[in-house]
Design a protein around this ligand. Structure first.
Ligand SMILES: [Zn+2]
Length: 278
């Protein structure tokens, strides 16, 4: 007598309602859920312990109301952006200076600014800079006895911002001036040099090409011949980079039109293109 394998299997298998079978399916399902959750988090570069909750509805509302970069993203990218904002707020210490508290709106928008700059790098959170100090307005620096709008202080592991100047940077989003992006860009370059988990993430060859073209443009600025950047960009390579970042996000069309090579290198360096961001 011949017997097909399928019939044999049917005979060998216990009925679906068998208790051990149900238990096996439950255990398998739980394992799959845990594994998929873990892989999702690992892919984002997050540690599973202490992973912050999803961005709250009220924080999303702030992004929708105030942050066009986020609004213009696709649904998928918005989710990624939200996760990065939430994680940034979770790991940084926001310290109020001359104000009672750092408000939710301040936290969300400062985090969003850092995420805008680092959006091409899912695992980069400018981790050396653990503290964000927020002043209401320009503040007096006792070190060089002048008023500041913002600074990055690697020794204090701090990014310092005047809230007024930060907001002004985003009110006009096409003037090529943005204090938040300017200071975050300083932090980005420093972070790349500091020996920690985020060390050396910027491609060295791309950085070299950047510096060659930046040096040429800095000579143009010194000769009063730059059609793109304000004079301050000629101060030193760090200021040039920060001013270029402001223009990259605020005036990408003009930047690309006048200096396609320099613009193209920034696209490679930041792994994103403001002219094609959604
Ligand atoms: Zn600067």
């Amino acid at each position: 007598m011949t017997i097909s394998f399928s019939t044999l299997l049917l005979q060998v298998d216990p009925p679906a309602s068998d208790f051990t079978d149900v238990l096996f399916m439950v255990v398998l399902s739980v394992m799959l859920i845990v594994l998929s959750a873990m892989s999702g988090r690992v892919n984002m570069g997050f540690q599973v312990p202490g992973f912050p909750r999803p961005l709250s509805a009220s924080r999303k509302k702030i992004l929708l109301k105030r942050f066009p970069y986020y609004v213009n993203l696709s649904e998928n990218k918005r989710r990624r952006f939200e996760q990065k904002v939430q994680y940034f707020i979770h790991v940084k210490e926001f310290i109020p200076r001359q104000i009672p508290v750092v408000t939710e709106e301040m936290k969300v928008l400062i985090a969003a600014c850092a995420v805008q700059l680092t959006f091409g790098y899912p695992k980069i959170f400018l981790s050396h800079f653990k503290r964000i100090l927020v002043y209401p307005d320009n503040y007096y620096s006792t070190i060089n006895k002048t008023y500041h709008k913002g600074e990055v202080n690697p020794r204090m592991q701090a990014i310092v911002l005047s809230w007024k100047a930060f907001v002004e940077g985003y009110i006009d989003q096409e003037d090529g001036r943005n204090l938040g992006l300017h200071e975050m860009a300083h932090a980005l370059r420093l972070e790349n040099l500091i020996l920690n988990a985020e060390y050396n993430f910027l491609d060295a060859e791309v950085l070299e090409s950047w510096q060659r073209l930046a040096d040429e443009e800095m000579i143009n600025i010194a000769n009063g011949q730059s059609s793109m950047f304000r004079d301050y960009a000629g101060t030193d390579p760090d200021e040039f980079f920060s001013v270029a970042i402001e223009n990259f996000f605020e005036r990408p069309e003009k930047f690309k039109g006048l200096m396609p090579n320099l613009y193209g290198i920034l696209v490679l360096l930041l792994k994103q293109d403001p002219l094609n961001s959604n």
